[in-house]
Write a protein that binds this ligand. Structure first.
Ligand code: ADP
Length: 406
């Protein structure tokens, strides 16, 4: 049987030729892609290196300007000169903040940010952030409530620099957008264990850090794009309040890099509430055994926000507290005292003060934060913001005084 296979052979040869051709082209493309990847990586690392050099080059002279202006403002100046120096200082600080935002954003976009967790004392760390805005809050006549719930671990592993940036951005916005609130802007920073502790490895805890303000608010239509870069609600509003529109975008990206989420919700009475939910590794720390307290606290704090923040601090530190609102209640609480008492009072009236003097009770007054740190006084604890460590130091001082007096 004969059959002519020439055409088959030709087709086969053609297929083989095409195949070889295709393989050559795939090899060439792969090589080109590999080259492109190498040069993209090189460009990326050059960009990251450039950014870090630029960041340094910009920040160093700016820090020089700010530092020297600070020193200059401590010298003897007349009124006009002081005003000019203050303007230079404020402008350079705001320029540095803007530069920091831009550099942070570009670094996050280029993927050159690395989160490096270290052990931090959480409450002290947050107090430091809050304290740094204390004078602004006082100047604006706003209130600042720091509320750390019982159960928050004392030490966590976190990147202090980046966590600090997120919290500062949120606090700065809360201060900025509640400046004109009547009668008073109130900013709250609340730190608590999240209700949901599911799906965690051992030694981990999920925390919620909330920054709440009663400022101009954000309507539901405006919420969608807030975490996108350069978004500001209405240009009018942006012009009035300033800013780059980058703070929230940076914060959301940092929180995502840390494996958490940043969300916006509306609290009761239309407050603006940003919640960062983050999982932290919590190292085991030896829990100090509390010595029995040899004082009791009688507290008269009519303001509910301050009351709650205070109750949390005192509970964590094992103080026993009786709350009272009138001298009549105070006297029945005093009758039950087994150890000396310290009365914590916000704006104590004369009757209460007289009663305390007669009954040998120490009074520790709480007061709004002074404008100027130079006027800090030992027998006052400042409340806006109320720093847990300041209150505890004052109580320990009273405790020492009372035990010496006994
Ligand atoms: P910036 O504050 O620098 O403009 P952000 O990214 O931090 O940039 O915020 C973007 C926009 O979101 C702000 O311009 C403002 O319109 C709105 N916003 C952020 N925080 C608040 C807040 N606490 N209350 C009201 N509006 C806010």
């Amino acid at each position: 049987v004969h059959s002519d296979v020439t055409s088959f052979k030709e087709v086969e040869r053609e297929v083989l030729r095409l195949n070889r051709n295709l393989e050559d082209r795939v090899r060439l493309r792969t090589q080109q892609l590999e080259n492109a990847l190498v040069s993209a990586e090189a460009a990326n690392s050059a960009k990251a290196a450039f950014l870090s050099v630029m960041g340094h080059e910009i920040r160093t002279p700016m820090n020089g300007v700010i530092g020297m202006t600070d020193l200059l403002s401590k010298t003897t100046l007349d009124r006009e000169q002081r005003m000019m120096v203050d303007t230079v200082r404020r402008s350079s600080q705001s320029l540095l903040a803007t530069l920091d935002h831009i550099l942070d954003y570009v670094a996050l976009e280029s993927g050159s940010v690395e989160i490096i967790p270290e052990e931090i004392q959480l409450v002290e760390f947050i107090e430091g952030l809050v304290d740094s805005v204390g004078l602004d809050v006082a100047k604006n006549k706003q209130r600042f409530i720091l509320h750390v719930e019982p159960g928050v671990p004392p030490v966590v592993l976190a990147d202090a620099g980046y966590l600090g940036k997120v919290i500062r951005n949120l606090i700065d916005n809360a201060i900025k957008f509640s400046v004109y609130t009547v009668p008073q802007g109130v900013i709250q920073l609340r730190v608590a264990l999240a209700a949901d502790q599911a799906n965690l490895a051992s030694g981990q805890q999920r925390l919620e850090i909330k920054v709440i303000d009663n400022g101009i608010g954000i309507s539901s239509e405006q919420r969608g794009q807030l975490f996108e870069p350069f978004v500001q609600i209405e240009s009018n509003r942006a012009r009035r309040f300033g800013g780059t529109g980058l703070g929230l975008a940076i914060s959301a990206r940092i929180v995502a890099l840390m494996g958490g989420q940043l969300a916006l919700s509306s609290g009761p009475e239309e407050e603006t509430c940003f919640t960062g939910t983050l999982v932290f590794d919590v190292p085991e720390v030896a829990v100090a055994i509390e010595e029995a307290r040899n004082i009791e606290i009688l507290a008269c704090i009519p303001d509910p926000l301050l009351h709650n923040a205070l109750a949390a601090i005192l509970e964590v530190n094992a103080y026993s507290v009786t709350w009272f609102t009138s001298t009549a209640e105070l006297s029945s609480a005093v009758a039950e005292l087994t150890v000396p008492g310290v009365v914590l009072a916000l704006a104590a009236d004369q009757d209460t003060l007289n009663y305390c003097a007669e009954h040998n009770l120490k009074v520790l007054k709480l007061s709004e934060r002074p404008r100027d740190k130079a006027t800090l006084r030992l027998d006052l604890v400042y409340t806006d913001p109320l720093l847990p460590s300041a209150l505890l130091r004052a109580l320990e001082r009273e405790q020492r005084v009372l035990s010496i007096g006994l």
